[in-house]
Each structure stands twice: as C-alpha cells, then as structure tokens.
Design a protein around this ligand. Structure first.
Ligand SMILES: Nc1ncnc2c1ncn2[C@@H]1O[C@H](COP(=O)(O)OP(=O)(O)OP(=O)(O)O)[C@@H](O)[C@H]1O
Length: 547
C-alpha cells in the first residue's frame, strides 16, 4: 500500500498550478477526475474527482480489469450502489472504460484507521467509539438479504473523518472482484478467517473475524501476525489455531475475551449483534426528554440504549399524575425494560423532573424580577383590591355621616316646632326639658341621661361639677348632648340650636368628633367660652373634670 501520493510524485512533469486541472470526464459527464491521486493500493489507484451535479469532491477509483469481469460483477455493483449507511463509504457510480473499471465513491480526507493508530495510541474510549461505528456498518451490511459480506475488512479499509471522529468502512466490493481474479491469496491474509482459506464456503462471520484483528491492531498498535514473514506462515498459524503474538499484550480481561470471541472458530464465533451486546460495548442506557407541552406537564421521554441503536423506549409521562417508580414498574412488567435497569431509569427520570423543576423555578424568578422592574401583575391586582376596599369603607362612612345629617335636619325642625310651642304655652321647666328631650333625643326613655342634683341653678355662677351627665357614646349624634348641655345650663333651645349650627358647620356631627378636637380646634368653633366649657365638661374633657 502506497502512502497518499502527491500529484508531484505521480508525475514530476505536471506543474503545481496544473494540479487541479480536469484530466478525465465520466461517460455521463457528471464526474470529472482532477489531476490529484489520493492513494494507490495493490489493485487500484484512487483519484480526486468532482461531482459536478452535487458540487462536491468524490473519489475516482480506477482498477485494471476486463469487460467480461466488469459484466460479471455489475450485479454486485448495483447492490453496492444501494448501500447507504453513515458508517459505510457511499458508492455513487461505476462504468467500464477500455481496460479499466471505474467507480466513484464518497471521498474521505482524513486518512485510514491504520494511519491514525500509527499517529496516536488511541485510548479505550476512542477504540470503543471507533469499534461501535465499524460494527454498526457491518450490522447494516449483514442485515441485507442475502447479507452483504465485506470480505476485506482491515484498518487500511476503514476511513476516518478526523474533525468529527466519524468512521466509515471503505473499499466495498473490491474483495469480491479480487476473488473473481483468482488471486493466490484472497483478501488480506492477516485478517482472513480460517474458513476463507478453505474452499468450503463461508458466511458474514468472516467480517467478525476481521473485526477482531482490527480491534487487536487498535489496542496494540501492531499489525497482527507481524511475526510472520509471508502469507504461507500466516496460513499455517491460522489453520493450527495459533493466534497473533501481539494478543499477549492485551491484559484487559474484557477486551481479551471480546477479541477471542471474534477470532473463535466459525461456529463458536459471535455475530455482529452479539458483539455489540458484549460487556465491552455495554453502556448504561440514559433517559432523554423528547418533547413536552408548554406547561412542562405532559412529557415524552425516551430510554436510549446508546451501545446499540436497535433499542429505544418512548413513553408519555404526566408530571402531575405519574411517578418514575410506577412508569418504570410498568415497563418492566411489560418486558420492554430489563429489571437490572430499574434503579437507573427511575433515577434518570427523576433527574429529568428535577432539571425541569429547576428550569421552571428559574423562569419564575426571572419573571418575578421582571415584575419587580416593570410591576408585578399579582401585586398590582392586590393593590387594586386594597384600594377598592378602602373606597367601600369611605362610602360606608359617608353614608353614616349623611344619615346623621339627615337626622340633624329632622331634629332641627322638631326643636324649632317645640320651642315655638313652649313659648306659647305655660310649661314648667322640668316639663319643658322632658318635652324637649322627648322631641330631640332618641334615647329619651326610662334611662334618662340627665340627673339633676339641684332643682334650681344660678346660671351666672354655674358649677359644672354639680351637673352630672350620662356617658355619651362616640357614635352618638351631637344633638342630644347639645340639648342636654343647653338644658342643664339653662341656656334654652335657641342656644342649643346656635351651638348645633356652629358645630355642624365644622363637620362635627357625633360626640366622637367633638371628643377628637384638640384644644386649638375648640377656638375655631366660635362657641362662647361658656358653651365650650359646658360641652367639654359634658363629654368628660372639662377643666374641672376629675381624672
Ligand atoms: N474514498 C476514499 N477517499 C480518499 N482516499 C481513498 C479512498 N479510497 C481509497 N483511498 C486512498 O487510496 C488508497 C488505496 O485504496 P485501497 O487501499 O482501497 O486500494 P486497494 O487497491 O483496494 O488496496 P488494498 O487492497 O491493498 O487495500 C488508500 O490507502 C487511501 O489512501
């Protein structure tokens, strides 16, 4: 196998600026071969080419052959054209041109697995990742009916896209063509299963054997049977069941058992799907959130078994109604989930629920910060409610005051009427008081508020301590108090009316309003000093009032 040849090494005579010049066009005109060799193998030369329809670079593989051989393998080429898998280099087109079979394939730019192994000593994680991809490609090929057998799997035929760590199996179909040519050594001896040396026929398990050798090379960095000088020595060892010497370098029990399973005799050898299930490739399944509704209540979750893309369990989960334990139990009962994953999947579902709730909490706190800046709609709502309640309270108080005013007006008219009666008639003072009180005071009853201690009072030297008043409630209308005070101080109904007018003009309608007055407020009432003293005394605020 040659290393990737530069155009200069291919032909010293081609100047550098001619490198990318078209040197050949496919019969259908779609592919153009440019003057750049990507590599040379024992059987073919691979050139860089352009797919003019897709505008991308492709590999132009040219092998020397006859028209008869081309016809013989044209059916297989048709099958290869249909092979489409991310881990297999795509086969685009083929034709026969004079003595040459040309086939166009996907181009790989980052070299082969062998070159990579030489460059870096891959760790187990990388080896696992590469191996899985090779096995997935093989699984796809072997799943065809009849199975497509690669027949020449080796690290030189596995290509890598370095940027993404993508691995693709290449050189499809060429092994079969080589077989047709009846080469003395079919395939690559180091990677050939014992049954391939015999003429009894073989099946797709030869690719598993070859994969075992690839894995050995990946792990040791050595070409298997490097200790042999030629193919005959290799054949001898293989037919005697002697494994490559580099196998002794493998100390990891798991990998050793895997390689040995691949290199076992055909009937004991595992198939690709069994290898993918080997503990070396086993990776714990994980749960992912496929989708959710806006409220993050109705979820679609998926248990993904990354090791093999064959298995994945999708299920609905209602955050309000379901529990991880119940759902996992259901899956185990329905045999879609192995019992051994009960704890892990329960934990994984709960992890997703925790993450969701964290997301919701942080969204809520973001929203509340936004509200703090822009005004929280909830706060605004409660402020509106508070204001409405205050408004209602004020309305009630206003109505109360209105009814007091109404009452005052009625009382005022009655007092006037009564006074004119009193002026006309000959009524005793006590009778007048009673009459007046019965007209003005709603509480003029058995519990008469004013108890006179003296029957006659000298108004000029009135001793307020000698007068005893009832206890007036704060809510009580001012009328009764004023009339009581005027009567007790023998000031008469007119004075009472005058005082009432002055008080109501200052919006003093209840006994409470009067009690709430500060000393300075009293002066603004324009009452006489006597009237003020008398009223203060009656409500318990008089100077002479005993504490
Ligand atoms: N699709 C491709 N993209 C880029 N380079 C390629 C591609 N296919 C092959 N090559 C290059 O061409 C070289 C020769 O290819 P390959 O090994 O498949 O040829 P071969 O004749 O089948 O040889 P052998 O049987 O010895 O492996 C490879 O080593 C590689 O460098």
């Amino acid at each position: 196998m040659d290393e990737i040849a530069s155009p200069a090494s291919e032909s010293e005579s081609i100047p550098k600026d001619f490198e990318d010049r078209i040197v050949e066009v496919s019969p259908n005109g779609r592919y153009v071969k440019v003057n750049m060799i990507l590599g040379k193998g024992a059987f073919k030369v691979v050139w860089k080419a352009i797919d003019r329809e897709e505008g991308m670079e492709v590999a132009w593989n040219a092998c020397q052959t006859t028209k008869a051989e081309f016809v013989e393998f044209s059916q297989e080429i048709d099958i290869l054209k249909k092979v489409r898998h991310p881990n297999i280099i795509s086969f685009h087109d083929s034709w026969f041109n004079e003595n040459e079979l040309v086939f166009v394939t996907e181009m790989m730019t980052s070299g082969t697995l062998r070159e990579y192994i030489k460059k870096i000593k891959p760790n187990l994680k990388i080896i696992k990742r590469w191996s899985r991809q090779i096995l997935k490609g093989l699984y796809y090929l072997h799943s065809h009916n009849p199975p497509i057998i690669h027949r020449d799997l080796k690290c030189d035929n596995v290509f890598i896209n370095g940027a993404h760590g993508e691995v693709k199996i290449g050189d499809m179909g060429s092994a079969k063509m080589r077989l047709g040519k009846k080469y003395t050594v079919i395939g690559t001896p180091e990677f050939m299963a014992p049954e391939m040396y015999e003429e009894k026929g073989y099946n797709e398990k030869v690719d598993v054997y070859a994969f075992g050798m690839c894995l050995l090379e990946m792990c040791t960095g050595e070409y298997p049977y490097a200790e042999c000088k030629n193919a005959a020595q290799i054949y001898k060892k293989v037919s005697q069941g002697i494994k490559p010497e580099c196998l002794s370098q493998i100390h990891d029990e798991e990998i050793l058992s895997l390689i040995n399973s691949c290199l076992a005799n055909e009937n004991e050898r595992m198939n690709v799907s069994q290898i993918l299930e080997h503990s070396f490739f086993c990776e714990d399944p994980e749960v992912i959130l496929s989708s959710s509704d806006e409220t993050k209540t109705q979820l679609t979750l998926q248990v993904v078994f990354r090791a093999s893309d064959k298995m994945s369990i999708k299920f609905d989960f209602n955050v309000l109604g379901d529990t991880a334990e119940d759902v996992v139990n259901e899956m185990i009962e329905e045999s879609v989930l192995p019992e051994k994953y009960r704890g892990l999947i329960t934990f994984e579902i709960n992890r997703i629920l925790r993450e969701l709730s964290k997301t919701l909490n942080s969204e809520n706190s973001k929203l509340s910060n936004q509200w703090k800046r822009e005004g929280n709609p909830v706060d605004l709502q409660s402020q509106i409610i508070q204001l409405e309640n205050k408004l209602k309270e004020r309305e009630i108080k206003l109505k109360e005051k209105e009814s007091v005013i109404e009452q005052l007006k009625i009382d005022y008219d009655r007092v006037r009427l009564e006074l004119s009666d009193m002026k006309k008639g000959n009524v005793t003072t006590e009778r007048k008081e009673e009459k007046s009180r019965s007209l003005l005071g709603s509480t003029a009853s058995a519990d008469f508020p004013l108890r006179r201690r003296t029957s006659s009072v000298n108004t000029d030297s009135l001793d307020f301590d000698m007068i005893s008043f009832k206890d007036y409630a704060d809510s009580q209308s001012i009328n009764e108090l004023v009339v009581d005070v005027a009567t007790a101080t023998q000031r008469g109904s007119e004075k009472a009316q005058e005082w009432l007018n002055k008080l109501t003009a200052q919006d003093i309608l209840t006994v409470g309003d009067l009690r709430g007055l500060h000393e300075g407020d009293w002066a603004s009432l324009n009452l006489t000093v006597f009237a003020a003293r008398a009223l203060k005394n009656a409500i318990g605020k008089g100077k002479n009032q005993k504490e």
